[in-house]
Design a protein around this ligand. Structure first.
Ligand SMILES: Cc1cc2nc3c(=O)[nH]c(=O)nc-3n(C[C@H](O)[C@H](O)[C@H](O)COP(=O)(O)O)c2cc1C
Length: 325
């Protein structure tokens, strides 16, 4: 059911991917997604050394025999200086799918192709999807304005961004941003996606290592509780769940702060405290508008089964009767 070019190319059961989620995408979460038939994704940037990435890949492989991906976020502040070594390590460990993001994967495409890696490049602009296809990405995922993380600076929602991108490239397109349930999944397929990428929904699952207080914060949030921060300093847009540090970041940006002024607010350690200790007022937390659609803390398998079974039910009970008259 719901077999697409994504499931065929990646050899997975359902066209559902967990996008990279920094320190939250641990081996346990990633393996849970892959074991449930989707595609889990580790994030290379969370490992200060190549050896630590290797260890987490090995741990993930001990928890699942299904395919999973490694994210390489190529933004200058996030990208490891020795990106090539990280790529060589993941290939040596047998990973055959990467999610690249934030900058063009072009400088690394030869390395990926020589290593037999399928490249899913995540973009926030239609023109970047066209570039990704031109430089040889196999799949492109396109992020709408609703998304948690970095939805870009163009303010175009998934509803428009996705079909515009599907029109623009021939490679398979995945939809990211605003999808948290069967309705969003089916809508994305109707708009031409070959699958979906979710982040925010997977934060609020049993296997996600976020602190219970952080999960509760997400659980109680409405779709109006995120804020988009346009960062001229970092040359990107960021969507966070609204809190004091996010307001401070916004305030600093409106005063054209320097990177030195921003770093204490954004520092990775503070984000870690949110996720690891549940102190939700010390750091920023990436979060999409789909947070307003999340009302429970299920297992990852329950999320994925719920989407697949729910989509089938929507087709049978709601959409097919509409066309049968
Ligand atoms: C808590 C969290 C952390 C994230 N960290 C990363 C990351 O490290 N690298 C990345 O490319 N995307 C990151 N993202 C973005 C997701 O991979 C995905 O593109 C996005 O969450 C999809 O939109 P949604 O939140 O509406 O589901 C993160 C998202 C969340 C919610």
């Amino acid at each position: 059911m719901f077999q697409t070019r994504m499931t065929e190319m990646l050899n997975i059961q359902y066209p559902i991917m967990q996008g990279g989620m920094h320190i939250l995408s641990t081996a346990e979460l990633v393996a849970a997604v892959s074991n449930a038939g989707g595609l889990g994704t580790l994030v290379s940037a969370m490992f200060p050394t190549v050896e630590e990435l290797r260890q987490e890949i090995r741990k993930t492989k001990s928890l699942t025999d299904k395919p999973f991906a490694v994210n390489i976020t190529l933004a200058p502040m996030v990208r490891p200086v020795n990106t090539e070594e990280y790529i060589d390590a993941l290939i040596a460990e047998g990973v055959r799918i990467v999610e690249t993001a934030a900058r063009s994967p072009e400088p690394y495409m030869k390395r990926f192709k020589d290593g037999g890696v399928t490249v899913i490049h995540k973009v926030a602009r239609t023109r970047d999807a066209i570039t990704a296809a031109r430089v040889g990405a196999d799949i492109v995922s396109v992020v709408g304005y609703e998304a948690g993380g970095m939805p870009g600076l163009e303010d175009v929602t998934t509803m428009v961004r996705l079909p515009a991108t599907v029109n623009a490239v021939k490679i398979p397109v995945l939809a990211a941003g605003g999808i948290a349930d069967a309705r969003g999944f089916l809508a994305a397929l109707a708009l031409g996606a070959e699958g979906v990428v979710m982040g925010t929904r997977f934060v609020v699952t049993k296997e996600c290592p976020a602190h219970p207080k952080a999960k509760e914060w997400f659980l109680n949030a409405k779709e109006t509780d995120t804020m988009m921060i346009v960062s001229h300093t970092l040359k990107d847009g960021h969507r966070y769940l609204r809190n004091k540090p996010a307001e401070e970041f916004h305030e600093l940006e409106s005063k054209a702060a320097t990177i030195e002024e921003l770093l204490p607010v954004l520092a990775g350690a503070k984000g870690r405290i949110v996720w690891e200790e549940g102190d939700i007022n010390v750091g920023v937390a990436s979060c999409g508008q789909a947070v307003g659609l999340i009302h429970d803390i299920p297992t990852v398998k329950e999320v994925i089964d719920g989407i697949i079974n729910g989509a089938k039910a929507i087709l049978e009970e709601r959409l097919y009767p509409l066309v049968k008259g």
